[in-house]
Design a protein around this ligand. Structure first.
Ligand SMILES: [Zn+2]
Ligand SMILES: [Zn+2]
Length: 117
């Protein structure tokens, strides 16, 4: 690869753009302006505000990691737990993190998935 004026300008514009995206994303994370809607959707901050994770518009099936019911999605971004479990447990349905990033002592209301604390 030849490094010239064009490379220099392209790289710089590229990284500047990337910085802007990250800063915008960081702002969204810290403001959490859609908190109510986000929690209603059963998503943590990363999964809710990261718009790049939206997959193709194709029906996808998976099995909920908690209740083992079948989950159907309208896109290819696969969730790990069903919306019902996400709501009940306060866990992000997409990645399985606590929706508020707080580690609770008794995270699960379901008896069989409670750990011995
Ligand atoms: Zn479930
Ligand atoms: Zn998540």
């Amino acid at each position: 690869m030849k490094y010239d004026r064009v490379t220099y300008e392209n790289k710089t514009a590229n990284m500047r753009h990337r910085e802007k995206l990250y800063l915008r994303f960081a702002k969204k994370l810290s403001e959490d302006a859609d908190k109510k809607l986000r929690i209603a959707k059963g998503l943590c901050k990363f999964c809710y505000y990261d718009s790049s994770r939206i997959g193709g518009a194709r029906m996808t099936h998976a099995v909920c990691a908690l209740c083992e019911n079948e989950i159907t999605f309208g896109n290819t971004a696969i969730d790990v737990i069903c919306p019902d479990c996400a709501q009940r447990e306060g866990i992000c349905k997409h990645c399985g993190a606590d929706v508020n990033y707080v580690i609770r002592r008794k995270p699960f209301t379901r008896k069989d998935v409670q750990d011995e604390a």
